[in-house]
Write a new protein. Structure first.
Lengths: 80, 555
């Protein structure tokens, strides 16, 4: 029963997606073309973020923490 | 409101009724007695206490809806370009008209946006319009089933009919589109007497006695001095406005006027200025400017200033602000042309139109125009006004001189409908229908608002536009409603602004409560399934309403 309900729910979600993007009016092969393009784009975005986001975040954190560490050292230098 | 004090001495006997009427918005129970008085008096004694007009609602949808609408149109237009490319390359056959090989080097014929839109957007959802009907367009009708094998380029009738589809799209406000033999006896008589064809124009040999009878009845029904009837409603507007105004005159027309009014205004050669829909400040500003500066180059004063408005606007369902316009008209000495195509027979306690609804004397409107197509179940239009005006039109209007006169059975149908509404034929059927229409309208509108749909227009107008916004949902809505055996009219881009696609319901007095309940139930389910309930004012359950004081709960 849950599988059936889930499938119905998924079917309704797909229908909403068709209506909102306006794909509902297109012919089936055009819908497939659009779905393929969209799926490919989303997959590429996910892959790129998986590969690059951790590296960029680590570098950004290092950059900002270095700035914070340097501050007390420079004030000490001024005072002395 | 202007001019109410003038009416008291004349309507002294009606005063107590007027007071009661003022308290109860629901004047129908009271109105029953008053209507009998009106019928016996003959003239539309419409000098009631001016009514407080309900406000038009034009609720805006949340911002994400507009964004999604544009996105939807953008994607479909992109695919339109893609398909055009395929057709140009030759990978796909073009079903629509195309230039011949020899013409390809000349000016392109089919490249403008209108053709693009028709080819790529309209064709995909075309099965929702022009559905063939094979019965009378009453409250229920039969449709012929048709399918398309090549995505709506061609249709094929399967031979089956879809029966008893509830009709929510026909302009059948008072239910006169009927084929009941008893009601149509006089029409059959007249056909036997006069035949069906007229074979002449009004001015030559087409002026039958029945036409004169019709014009007398129309004038009496409206409370005007004189009236003239024409064979086609559209032609009434487009052919008579050129006879009334010409070069050197100014026309101030509402933003959302019907095409027939716009065509008539353009044909006349007068200067046209447009004011914002139902916006009195905009109209007053234009009037002041027109009177101060006069005609464009010479600064002479305008020969005539004509304000053109409609009683009920058919795409919005909003009512005109008649008392304010009449006040402005008197102050600036302009003329008023009121097109009551949808409002005659449909609003007002006895069905005499917006003038009665607002309690305004119909003689204050200079040119009162209307059609017989909507509430009377016939075809044609009329113009009513002072006797000099109508006599002038008889001699000078294009429609009077060149168009064939109305066909006698149609004329008799209008006469019997008018007699029925006025009660002259001895029954109260007409008044019952007017009351039933008002009740149905109120019921449908309030239930739709409660469910959470965005519905435009005034609470008393029988034209109910329900907003759908997204292009995908427009097609889905119409098809799903047909599957549930309800026929609706959906309207999209060229007729409405691009972001405001809608479904338009026309309530009829012939709809029973069961039919309306079935429609409302289907709309509820469909609204949830498709997600078109965009309103932010949704009321979750009824008991909360008991605290409200702005309407009565005794009905």
């Amino acid at each position: 029963m849950e599988m059936k309900k889930m499938r119905e729910n998924l079917g309704w979600l797909y229908y909403q997606y068709l209506l909102i993007t306006g794909i509902y009016v297109l012919e089936p092969w055009e819908q497939s073309v659009f779905n393929t393009v969209l799926f490919t784009t989303v997959a590429m975005v996910i892959y790129t973020s998986y590969v690059f986001v951790p590296v960029h975040v680590r570098l950004a954190l290092e950059f900002f923490s270095e700035l914070v560490r340097e501050q007390p050292e420079s004030t000490v230098a001024l005072m002395s | 409101m202007m001019g109410t004090d003038e009416h008291y001495p004349r309507n002294g006997t009606l005063k107590s009724h007027c007071d009661q009427k003022q308290q109860e918005n629901n004047s129908l129970k009271n109105g029953y007695h008053k209507n009998e008085k009106v019928q016996k008096n003959g003239m539309g004694n419409g000098f009631h206490q001016p009514r407080v007009r309900g406000e038009d609602s034009f609720e805006e949808a949340p911002m994400y809806v507009a964004v999604l609408t544009y996105m939807g149109y953008g994607i479909v237009i992109l695919f339109g370009y893609f398909r055009d490319l395929l057709r140009a390359i030759g990978l796909e056959k073009c079903h629509q008209a195309q230039e011949r090989e020899e013409q390809k080097d000349f000016v392109p014929l089919y490249q403008d946006f209108e053709n693009f839109y028709t080819r790529n957007l309209y064709m995909r959802v075309r099965d929702n319009w022009n559905r063939p009907i094979c019965s009378l367009p009453g409250p229920v009708f039969d449709l012929m089933e048709r399918v398309s094998d090549d995505n709506n380029w061609t249709f094929r009738l399967t031979g089956r009919t879809i029966e008893n589809v509830i009709n929510m799209g026909s302009y059948n406000y008072l239910g006169f589109a009927e084929n009941n033999v008893d009601f149509l006896k006089t029409v059959a008589e007249v056909t036997r007497q006069y035949g069906v064809g007229v074979c002449s124009t009004r001015q030559e040999l087409g002026n039958f006695s029945i036409h004169e009878k019709l014009e007398r009845h129309v004038a009496e029904f409206l409370g005007m001095e004189s009236a003239m009837a024409f064979g086609m409603g559209f032609a009434t507007n487009s052919m008579n406005i050129p006879a009334l105004v010409g070069k050197g005159c100014l026309i101030l027309s509402d933003e959302l006027n019907h095409t027939s009014l716009i065509l008539g205004a353009r044909l006349s050669g007068a200067t046209i200025r447009v004011f914002k829909h139902n916006n009195m400040q905009s109209l007053e500003k234009l009037l002041k400017e027109a009177i101060c500066s006069g005609q464009p180059r010479t600064h002479r004063s305008w020969k005539k200033i004509l304000i053109m408005v409609e009683g009920i606007y058919s795409m919005e369902g909003s009512l005109v602000r008649l008392p304010e316009i009449i006040a402005l008209k008197k102050k600036y000495k302009a003329y008023l042309y009121l097109d009551e195509a949808h409002s005659i027979g449909a609003v007002g306690p006895t069905g005499r139109g917006v003038t009665e609804h607002f309690g305004v004397d119909p003689n204050e409107v200079d040119v009162l125009m209307g059609t017989f197509t909507k509430s009377f179940g016939a075809a044609g239009g009329y113009i009513a006004g002072k006797k000099e005006l109508v006599d002038y039109l008889r001699a000078h209007s294009h429609s009077a001189m060149y168009a064939t006169a109305m066909s006698p059975p149609v004329v008799e149908q209008i006469i019997r409908a008018i007699k029925c509404i006025m009660g002259v034929d001895g029954t109260t059927e007409g008044q019952r229908r007017v009351r039933q229409l008002a009740e149905n309208t109120r019921y449908l509108r309030s239930r739709l608002k409660d469910m959470g749909f965005i519905v435009y227009g005034n609470q008393d107008s029988p034209v109910v536009p329900l907003l759908l916004y997204l292009p995908g949902k427009v097609g889905a809505f119409s098809r799903a409603m047909l599957k549930r055996k309800i026929g609706v009219v959906v309207v999209g881009f060229p007729a409405t602004p691009i972001t405001e696609a809608r479904a338009r319901f026309c309530v009829s007095a012939a709809h029973t409560k069961e039919m309306l309940d079935k429609v409302l139930q289907s709309l509820d389910e469909l609204g949830d399934y498709i997600r078109v309930k965009f309103s932010r004012h949704r009321l979750s359950h009824r008991p909360e309403l008991d605290g409200e004081t702005d309407f009565e709960l005794d009905s």
